[in-house]
Design a protein around this ligand. Structure first.
Ligand SMILES: *Cc1c(COP(=O)(O)O)cnc(C)c1O
Length: 465
């Protein structure tokens, strides 16, 4: 399978090349040239598979020319063996035809483990074969950092450096990063804010001369294609469990960068009957504004109770736009160039297409707390603030009662104890057993001044041999 850029000017790449590349050289994002599809008969058979076997079935066509089937099986089996529920992604019913897909049974209690556990293994596998080592650099305000570190902790060919703003991430989130043991893992607490960290990452990708010539820099943010690919699997898993292909299902997805919900869109295009994809946002509602006004524009960031969805721009939305504009790379390049200068509007044809599958709903902090409380009172089920936004959007989507709605629960409530306490239902949710001693574990973290030179010098000094 070949991958092409949404802006039409970068060379087409193989899966292995895409895995090692972040953004395309023309500034676009890579997408598959075409998608594998599954017939109704095939899907009926797939409904009997366990999670790793289903993952193999769905992922194989995307990677077949880069990874032999037996090796892929090992990588996938190892990945999902890390999850602490035998179903990997279990479902819970919280209302008449309302379901919650629990995506938080991985090592860091958030759905990002589904993609980053696999990504680390895929990277290490191809690097070993190429006798190559790479450096992963990323900035985090919370979830992505810990999931990336957990995903790379056993990767001999990867040095990982994660920058976070010193004293500005929650204690649970910091400890989930700094207590992971491994010589190749480096937590850098930068004496600045998240934007400072992100600017340093951006500058380092633009000028890699601080690294030796044989070390390339790899991004693990949500524009990495392999992350999206891994996320397609649980849409099929949940949909098939609730009666697809015989009956269509809908999904409500707590959305930030549009990576997770884009995987749902791909599942639909691969054959899964999806009635609706609900974009659930917090008050950082750039996508809700797109859906309701056809205008894409930046607004100031708001800090909410659902910090993993606090974004001003949804980078993966470009991948959907590419399809909405008939895969016209020049049109996307033009749109994105104009977006750099200010607000842009989308064509009526593009928006009509989007509205035939997607709807959106914005949920405030007050509504988030009210939803956590309401779901608790109705069925003693505790939602984290991100998942509560998804459930609230699902209940307000106005779908026919016979359509099952599956809300993606993207994080475990114990990750966000403050929001849960604010909702007034339980004092403080318990961490799962494997993290019970999180507050006793030794932390490893380097506090660095807020300058690019200090950060890059630290990285250059701490590369593995
Ligand atoms: C990353 C994240 C999201 C948003 O996912 P996107 O793919 O960026 O849309 C939602 N909830 C949680 C808990 C997350 O960590």
């Amino acid at each position: 399978m070949k991958y092409i850029s949404t802006r039409g000017q970068a060379p087409a790449l193989s899966f292995e090349e895409v895995l090692l590349t972040g953004m395309a050289s023309d500034g676009g994002l890579y997408v598959p040239e075409s998608l594998p599809t599954f017939s109704a008969d095939e899907m009926r058979e797939m409904a009997a598979l366990d999670y790793p076997a289903l993952a193999r079935r769905i992922i194989e066509p995307f990677v077949a020319d880069s990874i032999p089937a037996d090796d892929l099986k090992t990588l996938i089996d190892d990945t999902y063996a890390e999850f602490r529920h035998t179903a990997v992604a279990p479902m819970v019913q919280i209302g008449a035809n309302q379901w919650v897909l629990e995506l938080f049974h991985g090592p860091t209690l958030a759905f990002k483990d589904f993609a980053l556990q696999l990504l680390g293994r895929l990277l290490d596998y191809v690097l070993e074969r190429r006798h190559q080592k790479v450096v992963i650099m990323g900035a985090t305000s919370g979830d992505t950092g810990s999931a990336a570190i957990e995903g790379c902790k056993r990767c001999n060919n990867i040095d990982i450096f994660i920058l976070h703003p010193h004293q500005r991430v929650s204690e649970v989130q910091r400890r989930q990063m700094t207590t992971v043991v491994g010589d190749n893992i480096h937590n850098l607490a930068v004496q600045g804010n998240f934007d400072d960290c992100q600017a340093m990452v951006k500058a380092s990708f633009a000028d890699k001369s601080f690294l030796p010539a044989d070390r390339s820099l790899v991004a693990v943010n949500s524009i990495n294609w392999a992350r999206i690919m891994a996320q397609i699997v649980y849409y099929f898993y949940a949909g098939l469990a609730l009666g697809a292909p015989a009956r269509p299902v809908a999904f409500s997805v707590p959305t930030g960068n549009f990576g997770d919900i884009f995987a749902g869109y791909l599942a639909r295009n691969m054959g899964l009957p999806v009635e609706r994809l609900i974009i659930a946002t917090n008050s950082n509602d750039v996508l809700h504004r797109v859906m309701t006004t056809s205008t894409y524009g930046r607004q100031p960031l708001e800090h909410t109770l659902s910090p993993s969805m606090d974004i001003t721009v949804s980078s993966n939305f470009e991948r959907l736009l590419f399809d909405l504009y008939d895969r016209d790379g020049a049109a996307i390049a033009d749109l994105m160039q104009r977006f750099d200068a200010g607000d842009i509007s989308f064509s009526e044809a593009a928006m009509t297409r989007a509205a035939s599958l997607f709807s959106s709903h914005r949920v405030s902090d007050e509504e988030t707390c009210a939803q956590i409380a309401a779901t608790w009172q109705q069925c003693e089920y505790l939602l984290d603030p991100h998942s509560a936004i998804g459930v609230n959007a699902a209940l307000n989507a106005g779908l026919a009662p016979e359509v099952p709605v599956i809300t993606l629960a993207t994080a475990h409530p114990a990750k966000f104890p403050d929001a849960v306490a604010k909702a007034g239902v339980v004092e403080s949710p318990n961490l799962p057993l494997h993290l019970k001693d999180l507050f006793e574990r030794r932390e490893r973290c380097e506090v660095l001044p807020n300058t690019l030179a200090d950060v890059q010098a630290f990285m250059a000094r701490n590369l593995s041999a």
